[in-house]
Every structure is written in C-alpha cells, then in structure tokens.
Ligand binder design. Structure first.
Ligand code: HH2
Length: 341
C-alpha cells in the first residue's frame, strides 16, 4: 500500500512553532502530517511516523550547485528563444542574452537557460538549432566572468552535453529523463544535478492529457517512479531535484491543488523546484492577460512556495522576487537571505 506523507507547514521563528524543520528549512517547520494512502486521508503527528519516514521530512537536502538548501533559492529564467510565452524574442541574440544574464546575476542564485519553448502547443526545435541558441550564450556568460550556476532547460541529451561543455552546471529536464534515452546516462556520467519535472505527453499535445483522478497523488507517484528510474541509471539522490510541473498538462484547478498540497513533495526526499512564474493561471486568476503584467501574482505564488519549504523558485522577475523573500525572511527574524550566495 502506498503511503504519501503531506506535512502541514508552519512559520518557524523564535517564539513560534515548536515543530521540526521542514527539509532542514531555516524558516519552515511542521508538526502535523496527513497520510494520503489508498483509503481516506489520515491526520497524524510527526511523532506518529516511523523514524525513517520522519527523518526524510526533516533532513536538510544536499547543496545544489554549491547552494545550501536551507533557504529558498532564486533561479532566474533566460529563454533564448523567439517564441517563449513570456520573454520570447527579448533575449534571443548573444548580446541580449548575456546582458540579461548580467542583470539577473546580481540577484539570482542560478540562471536557467532554455532554447526551446515548452509552452502549450509549442513545436519541437531541431537539436542543432537548440545548441546554436544556448551553448554560445553560456560560453560567453562564463567568458565575461559571471560565476552564477547555470542550468540548461532541455529534454535533449546533445543539447545538455553541449551546454555542460560550455559551462553549465545543472540539467533541467521537463520530461524527467523520459524524452531522450541518453539523458539519464549523461547526467550520471557527468555527476551533475538534474531536475525531474512532472509532465504528460509533449508540449504540442499535453493540454489534451490534463485528466487525473487526484492530480497531487498522481504527480507524486510519477515523480517517485522517475526518481527510482534516475537512481537505477546511476544518478545520485543528492543530485536529484523534483518539480510538480505547474501548467504542464494541468488545468487551473489542477495547478491550485498542486500548490495547496505542495509540501507533499518533500516526502520524496529531494529539493523541490517550483516554476509558476507568469503562467496562464496567474493571468486568469489575477486578471492579467499580458504575461509581463503577471509579476505581482507570480511573486505571491513564489512566496507561497517559500512558505511551503520550496528550495528553488524558477522566476522571470528576479529582483522583485528577491525583495519579497528578503521581507519574508526578515519577518522570520533572519537577515541572512539577503542575496545570492
Ligand atoms: N516551466 C517552463 C519551462 N521550464 N522547468 C521546470 N523545471 N519547471 C517549470 O515549471 C518550467 C520549466 C515554462 O516556462 P517558460 O520557460 O517561461 O516558457 P517557455 O517554455 O515558453 O519557454
């Protein structure tokens, strides 16, 4: 019988919750947990769990690209594409891409570079073109002395390999190693962190597959299965990051359910990444048609993620998110989260 444990996060600060740290977070605690098994949900205390399972929810995760995981980290988005839903066509030359990386490096803990849009309905980009879009920008960012960790947002092993050779540190695969049979071996051989994101089908058709009995349970189970596949391919658990894939084959209600029960993904034993920035549900609920006008709603969702113990926030609006996190951490009595490590 499957048991999934959903810890209920609380603020952790002096004089506040006496609970246990959530995944080693400096700011988020938990004491109560819901067990989502195959029958009705069961409410438990942390002390009711077997020690091994409780420890998994308490333990600080290993650093990712040298960044400690006890505070939320900001991953700034740099899409060097002509057609990404939000910043497409804005950073798609070498000069503009590198200039934007300089801007983000001041406040981001890492930079996620993508050369293929994965917005609903997007077409596949040929490998050579995706490499030509991404590798030179990464090489130039490094040549100009920006040391911020870089992730390559791709589902293709050849693109990831070229990016790692050019100076990237981390592979962000929105198909969780399902799309390219060579991807798992590449990540294992290079011993680099890899983000396993939940998605269904491919971007062209994913919205047609947005059907679930219980989206959070199903996304959890899928990620658990993808972690097992990654471990079997020789990827170390310390190199795995998980992501529920907001907006990838999900309706507005699915996205809200995943956000509500986000802390369940800590039960998978790896850092959690949240990518909600400027996505369509924020426009729908925030009454903002234009993607660039979705910053306030995106910051609100990022803060919700921080309060759920999310370790990596993938965002377009880096400076605004940093300001919000500074205030959030200061209220918790912590002034150490003042900028990139
Ligand atoms: N979302 C997008 C792309 N990559 N990677 C992870 N790990 N998680 C996400 O939620 C995620 C992602 C889509 O957003 P964006 O890059 O802004 O747009 P596009 O795919 O159109 O380039």
């Amino acid at each position: 019988m499957t048991s999934r444990f959903w810890p209920i996060p609380e603020a952790r600060h002096a004089g506040g919750s006496p609970g246990l740290p959530l995944a080693g977070s400096r700011h988020v605690a938990w004491d109560l947990v819901n067990r989502l098994g195959d029958g009705p949900d069961e409410h438990l205390l942390a002390s009711d769990l077997v020690p091994e399972r409780r420890d998994r929810l308490v333990a600080l995760r290993a650093p990712v690209c040298g960044l400690s995981m006890d505070v939320p980290r900001i991953m700034g988005i740099l899409n060097v594409t002509p057609d990404s839903f939000s910043d497409g066509g804005r950073h798609d030359t070498l000069e503009r891409g590198v200039a934007h990386a300089h801007l983000m490096a001041a406040e981001a803990d890492m930079i996620d570079i993508g050369g293929e849009s994965t917005r609903p309905g997007a077409r596949e980009v040929p490998v050579d073109e995706e490499i030509a879009r991404t590798a030179p920008v990464i090489r130039e960012i490094r040549a100009q002395g920006i040391a911020t960790p870089i992730s390559i947002d791709t589902r293709k092993a050849a693109v990831a390999e070229a990016a790692l050779d050019a100076g990237a540190d981390f592979v962000n695969d929105v198909t969780a190693l399902r799309w390219d049979a060579r991807m798992a071996a590449l990540c294992a051989d290079r011993d680099v962190p890899v983000c396993l994101m939940h998605s269904v089908a491919d971007p062209e058709t994913m919205q047609a597959h947005a059907t679930y009995q219980d989206v959070t349970r199903e996304v959890y189970d899928h990620l658990a299965e993808r972690i097992d596949a990654a471990l079997a391919a020789g990827i170390r658990l310390d190199n795995i990051v998980t992501d529920p894939g907001i907006g990838f084959g999900k309706t507005l209600e699915h996205n809200l359910d995943l956000l509500r029960r986000l802390a369940i993904f800590h039960d998978l034993g790896a850092p959690v990444l949240l990518g909600a920035s400027r996505k369509r549900f924020i426009g729908t609920l925030g009454l903002a048609d234009d993607a660039a006008a979705r910053m306030p709603g995106s910051v609100a969702v990022a803060l919700h993620g921080a309060a759920q113990g999310v370790q990596i926030l993938r965002v377009h609006d880096v400076a605004e998110t940093r300001q919000a996190l500074r205030l959030w951490a200061a209220i918790a009595g912590d002034n150490d989260n003042s900028g990139p490590a």
